[in-house]
Write a protein that binds this ligand. Structure first.
Ligand code: ADP
Ligand code: MG
Length: 346
């Protein structure tokens, strides 16, 4: 183990878990630095919730280790129960006690006298901007307020690690961005190491310090949002995170030949490859003998997507500014901005 993983707040090593003969986790490796907010991003069914449940201690791995702040909590014969792990959890469905007041919900799980617990809970509610609602019942709050109360309740016992499972997916789109920003501010202020699960790429990229992309029971890549998006380690990661065009090509060191001509590669490679071209890397100019023809246009207000067909029949999707003018059926010249990324063809 390297020194950077020794100081990690959480280390998962080679976690496996099988349910009824179906392997769900196939060797999950993850090292989270103290204080980081990490997104565990992956498609539905890839094992995200299972991973969180193992970290929380609601279930145990078949093999592999979990170490929280230097203490082994699972693996090598150790099975520390959930209540002894100092791990807080926030679920998609808030899971507040419906017959307790907001204040009592937050006070639940705190130690000390009833009076001390209520005082601590009130202080927490104030910190998350809900000082006025302590006496209300949960159903009297909006979804976003309920999620903040659930967060306050999870933070109240001062956990070493906070796990959030799809915490924003029950909120409607208009509210989600706002609640997300509020929760992000609360986590930053608390300085608590957090792992939040999402299947929403934009949410993961915009919310987290680092993203762990999970595919088929493994962490396929761990890195900053920009590294994950701009330097994906595999075609599968590239295809899952953001929109991806792939063109077949032949790489020769720092350049690759493909249907768009010769492109520069970010990292040298040789042989048959798939070239990754993100939609926003494509610059279009109307030109009578251009290499591509416009098949369709989708207008979003802040940008537009344009479908293109190349002379060899290959399809590409470009993202251009909202003011770009180009009509379906017109020919355009295509320029690729920046360097491309490629993956050896298997
Ligand atoms: N307790 C369980 N018993 C049987 N199968 C389970 C159990 N928990 C999860 N699974 C299966 O494991 C797979 C991964 O589930 P999950 O971790 O919930 O995925 P995700 O949260 O990424 O959507 C799914 O196919 C799910 O049906
Ligand atoms: Mg899940």
């Amino acid at each position: 183990m390297t020194s950077s993983t020794d100081s990690s707040a959480l280390i998962c090593s080679a976690l496996t878990k099988t349910f009824a003969d179906a392997p769900v986790l196939r060797g999950v490796d993850l090292a989270v630095p103290p204080g980081a907010v990490v997104a565990l991003l992956g498609p539905s069914g890839c094992g995200k919730t299972t991973t969180l449940r193992l970290i929380a201690g609601f279930d145990f791995p078949d093999s592999g280790d979990i170490v929280i702040n230097g203490r082994r909590v699972a693996g090598a014969g150790v099975q520390i129960a959930a209540e002894n792990r100092r791990v807080g959890m926030v679920f998609q469905e808030y899971a507040l006690f419906p017959h307790r007041s907001v204040l009592d919900n937050v006070a639940f799980g705190l130690g000390g006298s009833a009076r001390e617990r209520r005082a601590q809970a009130a202080a927490l509610l104030e910190r998350i901007g809900l000082a006025g609602v302590g006496d209300r019942m949960p159903h009297g709050l909006s979804g976003g307020q309920q999620q903040r109360v659930a967060l306050a309740r999870a933070l109240a016992p001062k956990p070493e690690l906070l796990l959030l499972d799809e915490p924003f997916s029950n909120l409607d789109a208009g509210l989600r961005a706002q609640v997300r920003a509020e929760v992000r501010a609360i986590l930053s202020h608390a300085g608590i190491t957090s792992i939040f699960v999402t299947h929403d790429q934009e949410e993961a990229l915009s919310f987290a310090d680092s993203v762990a992309v999970m595919l088929e029971g493994r962490v396929a890549q761990f890195g900053t949002p920009s590294t994950i998006y701009r330097m994906p380690v595999s075609r599968d990661v590239a295809a899952f995170v953001g929109e991806a065009n792939f063109l077949p090509g032949e790489a020769h060191g720092g350049v690759v030949h493909c249907a768009l001509g010769e492109l520069r590669l970010g990292a040298p490679l040789n042989g048959a490859v798939d070239v990754l071209i993100r939609p926003e890397m494509i610059d279009l100019r109307p030109q009578a003998d251009g290499a591509a023809v416009i098949l369709w246009r989708e207008y979003y207000g802040y940008a537009q997507r344009v479908g293109l067909k190349l002379a060899d029949g290959a399809a590409l999707t470009a993202r251009v500014s909202a003011s770009w003018e180009g009509a379906v059926g017109e020919k355009v010249a295509v320029t690729i901005l920046g360097t491309a990324c490629a993956f050896p063809r298997s």
